[in-house]
Ligand binder design. Structure first.
Ligand SMILES: [Fe+2]
Length: 313
């Protein structure tokens, strides 16, 4: 385990700071505000004193990123499996929604599986199916992320590590362990504009992670077993929200769909079987530290994509 260390990815988020102060004022003090936000009083004091409500904490080998949003939104896309020579409708819509709604966004989150890594998979080849080279895939990832970066100026750019992304480092770590630490031997070295971790914790009530449960009831199982947290996952390629109201608060299990197209070459492993997948992404918004009902952009079967009633691709 590495020693704890923390740093701010944006030290002068004055607007967010005033949002946090508004919450405290609305609740009549730090203690009731902290209780309403579901965080420790000391945590809220520390955020107020640090001058920003957005911070990243490095813990246990970059496991968790912390993000605090009193008022504002994050856009979350996942499972792009970026394919050389293809720009999907969901990716275009993702960029357009960022450009259109940048003022309300605090962060862009890519929730895993940017890279497919078909040639470095631990799964054996099926027949003579072809897979793109790592080099071509990596270039596609860099090009698409460059397009996102061009419309996400000033926003935090965070990504979680998906099982497909991990193929890049895992193959090198297992085949050439002596090269550990050499620049270029980690996927992160090739995506310098993006802060990576396994999980992103938002406001002490939300966990963003590539995958927890599997299967058709993944979202329900995630929110039930999440024990009081909203749980936001990719991996299943489904786009939906499932609510769970226990004896405590209303919580959501959210699946963030895929930025990929279902007919990409990378998914030849389906070998003709159907899959309950959906291209699109989610936008999550907090007001006074509480998450609103999740919003989605889903690519329709006719190839059009709408968000809040407006066509975005
Ligand atoms: Fe995955």
């Amino acid at each position: 385990m590495l020693a704890s260390a923390s740093f701010f990815i944006c030290a002068t988020e004055r607007k967010h700071m005033s949002d946090l102060k508004d919450v405290v004022a609305a609740h009549g003090g730090i203690r009731p505000a902290a209780r309403a936000m579901g965080i420790a009083e000391s945590t809220l004091r520390s955020r107020l004193s640090r001058g920003s409500d957005i911070q990243v904490t490095l813990r246990e080998h970059k496991t968790i990123t912390d993000l605090a949003i009193a008022n504002g939104s994050v856009i979350i896309g996942s499972d792009a499996h970026y394919s050389p020579g293809r720009i999907t409708t969901a990716h275009k819509a993702f960029c357009n929604v960022i450009a259109e709604h940048r003022a309300e966004l605090r962060a862009v989150i890519l929730n895993g599986d940017l890279l497919d890594g078909g040639q470095i998979s631990r799964h054996g080849r099926i027949g003579w199916q072809k897979a793109f080279s790592v080099k071509d895939e990596l270039e596609a990832v860099q090009e698409r992320l460059g397009e996102i970066e061009s419309v996400a100026m000033g926003l935090k750019k965070l990504r979680t590590k998906g099982n497909h992304d991990e193929r890049f480092d895992t193959r090198l770590a297992s085949q050439a362990p002596e090269y550990e630490g050499v620049p270029g031997f980690s996927l992160a070295d090739h995506l310098p504009g993006w802060h990576d971790s396994y999980r992103i914790d938002i406001n002490d009530d939300t966990k963003v992670i590539h995958a927890v449960a599997n299967g058709m009831h993944a979202a329900y199982n995630n929110v039930v077993k999440g024990a009081g947290f909203h749980v936001v996952t990719g991996h299943t390629h489904r786009l939906q929200v499932v609510q769970f109201r226990g004896f405590g608060k209303l919580r959501y299990g959210i699946e963030t769909g895929m930025l990929a197209d279902a007919d990409q070459d990378e998914f030849h492993y389906l070998t003709g079987k159907n899959a309950n997948w959906q291209s699109g992404f989610a936008v999550l918004t907090w007001r006074d530290g509480e998450m609103l009902y999740p919003e989605f952009c889903a690519v329709r079967d006719d190839g059009k994509a709408y968000f809040r009633g407006q066509r975005v691709a």
